[in-house]
Design a protein around this ligand. Structure first.
Ligand SMILES: [Zn+2]
Length: 157
């Protein structure tokens, strides 16, 4: 019986620790790593260097209790700690890869590019920036056709 309990505890520890890993010395949930990599690649295409071994932006999947909040960037004003990105896990579980990319790039816009929100809209009412707040008047419309130009807009800010 004692052995069974120990085995059970070990299983829990393994399950939890397998979710995050260290990349360039930075703790990141394994599911977020492809989006860090695509952000780096999209940045490089536009002449921006995203080197997470330098900026040390940690990434976590967790339940964000505030309703409608899909992600967050936490930065310490004095930069004493590493910036941290949190993605809402219930949303993440239902999101498409394009929706996941949108939220990740939005949070990296805050945490890496140090951008604030931009709720500007075009004449159809669509948001013209990935940095739209989500609670403004513009309509978020991120798809395979406008993805490239919205990413270019993000790095040109
Ligand atoms: Zn935001």
């Amino acid at each position: 019986m004692v052995i069974r309990i120990i085995f059970f505890l070990l299983t829990i520890v393994v399950l939890v620790s397998s979710c995050t890993t260290k990349v360039d010395g930075v703790t990141i949930n394994e599911e977020l790593i492809p989006y860090y990599e695509s952000f780096k690649a999209e940045a490089a295409l536009r002449g921006v260097v995203f080197d997470n071994s330098e900026v040390q932006i940690e990434g976590y999947l967790q339940n964000i209790p505030e309703s409608g909040v899909l992600g967050a960037c936490r930065r310490n004003a004095e930069n004493e700690n590493s910036p941290q990105i949190f993605l809402d896990e219930p949303y993440w579980r239902t999101a498409t890869s394009l929706e996941r990319e949108y939220v990740m790039f939005h949070e990296l816009g805050h945490c890496f590019l140090l951008l604030s929100h931009d709720d500007s809209q075009d004449d159809k009412g669509d948001c013209v920036s990935i940095m739209a707040s989500g609670i403004g008047n513009c309509q978020t419309n991120y798809n395979q056709f406008n993805r490239d130009s919205l990413i270019t807009e993000l790095f040109a800010k």
